[in-house]
Design a protein around this ligand. Structure first.
Ligand code: GMT
Length: 381
């Protein structure tokens, strides 16, 4: 198949997932065309079946807001026609679903029928999409999609609750490349981070409010009071100054390391003992899954889709949003009991196998086939 993938190219989970999906489809022989305003972060090596089309947004003194959506739709049209795409798969509803709808209408005028699939990722529904300034367009463009997927049952249910959706939403979970995210022994790296045998706690995110990174710091403070420990904070974002202030207030700066945006995440996960994700909402929690594949148990909140992947006592533990005491208590208990820790590490690894890339990619391929078949049937009518 010739597939166009549209996503945010930055460090967000939706862009990561879309890029990994495109790479996996290319490995299986499909021709994959990424249409984004910047090279996606995980698209970092040459692949014979992968093409990249940059969306250029020309500006003009009249524009306070350069019309990105128009530029994106026009680029989609260009790629559909010139690369003979069979379908478009857009990730994150805003504005990708409405721009795909526009592109579909434009090429239809030229006799080309190109279906589009929208994958809902989380904040496009639960935070931004619900806002009444966007909701009518989001509702319309989701309903106009030829197929809709959500990355967890929770996100599917939230979408039905928040919008008037007339179509079926299929759940296709996030996936992990368990070859890449498999625990490796990296003694020098571990020694550099935890020179005196300290436990290593890890958090990875875009440091937005929804991630509640200050809660990570509060949980860590309690763990560090109970045992020697280090905290690695991977990523960056708007809450960083607040987080740094909190570390200073709590007097734990020397044990907290901000390591910025990391591409070699698998290495960081390989030297970690616990992954902390106390989010206000998480449709799935891709980073937690990557941690599990690396045999790192997860201490998380029980928000959104997290209970669908983090099983208490098996892969980690959960607490209510904001209940840092409970999450810290679980973390300390787990880290102090070596036998339990070994069991939960194995449980986390086993759980990650359920979301193995080889189990999930065929679900997307089957959906594409179904959509193309529906389109052929509709053309015969
Ligand atoms: O939260 C992020 O890291 C960004 C966000 C995005 O859409 O870029 O991630 C969402 O999509 C991921 C991939 O499907 C999910 O694993 C995350 O749980 C989800 N984030 C939220 O729901 C807050």
């Amino acid at each position: 198949m010739r597939i166009g993938i549209v996503c945010y190219p930055t460090y967000g989970g939706s862009g990561v997932l879309a890029t990994e999906l495109g790479k996996a489809l290319a490995d299986k022989g499909h021709m994959v065309h990424f249409i984004t305003y910047q090279q996606p972060v995980r698209l970092n090596a040459f692949h014979a079946n992968i093409y990249y089309h940059e969306v250029q947004v020309p500006t003009y003194p009249l524009f306070d807001f350069p019309p990105y959506e128009s530029a994106l739709s026009s680029t989609m049209v260009d790629v559909i026609l010139n690369q003979k795409l069979d379908l478009l798969h857009v990730h994150y509803a805003i504005p990708h679903a409405s721009t795909a709808y526009m592109a579909k209408q434009i090429v239809a005028k030229q006799g080309r029928v190109v279906p589009f699939i929208t994958t809902l990722h989380g904040t496009d529904i639960t935070l931004v999409g619900k806002d009444k300034t966007y909701a009518p367009v989001v509702t319309f463009s989701i309903n106009e999609s030829d197929a809709i997927t959500a990355v967890s049952e929770n996100l599917r249910d939230e979408t039905y609750k928040s919008f008037q959706i007339e179509k079926e939403i299929s759940v296709i979970y996030n996936f992990v490349d368990t070859q890449r995210f498999s625990r490796r022994n990296l003694p020098h790296f571990r020694q550099a981070i935890a020179p005196n045998g300290e436990k290593v706690l890890l958090h990875v995110s875009n440091f937005r409010k929804v991630k509640r990174v200050p809660d990570v710091v509060k949980i860590f403070k309690q763990v560090r009071d109970a045992m020697p420990a280090k905290l690695l904070l991977v990523g960056d974002g708007p809450d960083r100054p607040t987080i740094e202030c909190l570390c200073r207030e709590l007097g734990i700066c020397e044990d907290v390391r901000f390591v910025g945006k990391q591409e070699q995440l698998e290495d960081v996960m390989s030297i970690s003992d616990l992954f902390i994700l106390p989010s206000e909402y998480e449709s799935f929690g891709l980073a937690a899954l990557e941690a599990m594949a690396s045999q790192v148990p997860v201490i998380s909140s029980n928000a959104g889709g997290l209970p669908e992947i983090n099983i208490p006592g098996v892969t980690g533990y959960m607490g209510d949003v904001g209940d840092t005491d409970t999450m810290a208590k679980h973390a300390i208990h787990l880290l102090q009991d070596e036998a339990l820790l070994a069991r939960v590490r194995h449980g986390a690894w086993e759980q990650a196998q359920r979301f193995h890339i080889d189990n999930i990619i065929p679900q997307y391929e089957a959906l594409y086939e179904q959509v193309l078949q529906n389109q052929r049937k509709a053309q015969l009518l």
